[in-house]
Unconditional design. Structure first.
Length: 136
């Protein structure tokens, strides 16, 4: 099998922005969002960035850092922005910023930051070369 030579892409090409509202099923009895639910949303946004950049299937291989700086409450709107910050031969490092907005007051708060690494894979789960990031 011959691999096609990947093109170079910038981080804007694959940037992902998503919004969610925190519902009761996303929270504990005190009304605070479960960290695991938020991590799933973060991982999904980061995976979308990696897939878009590479044009291939991807796998999460490392969660380097997650910093929960502010609690997230039922009813708040959650904004997630994920962007590619670095590429290796087969890997991609993605930063994710999470903020919350109170829909009634309009108050926006930085809630969480995370850094994840993905690898592009083929149908046999073997790593594949990814396009270089031109704004590194």
């Amino acid at each position: 099998m011959t691999d096609k030579i990947p093109v170079t892409r910038n981080s804007a090409y694959s940037c992902v922005k998503s919004k969610h509202i925190v519902m009761p099923q996303h929270a504990n009895p005190n009304g605070l969002m479960f960290g695991g639910i938020l991590l799933a949303w973060i991982d999904m946004a980061a995976a979308m960035v990696a897939e878009k950049h590479s044009g291939m299937d991807v796998a999460t291989i490392h969660v380097e850092a997650v910093h929960f700086s502010s609690p997230i409450l039922i009813g708040q709107h959650v904004s997630i922005e994920a962007r590619l910050v670095k590429t290796g031969n087969t890997s991609m490092k993605i930063e994710v910023q999470v903020s919350t907005e109170d829909a009634k007051s309009g108050t926006v708060t930085e809630a969480t930051k995370a850094i994840l690494t993905f690898v592009a894979v083929d149908h046999e789960m073997k790593p594949r070369t990814v396009p270089k990031l031109c704004d590194e």
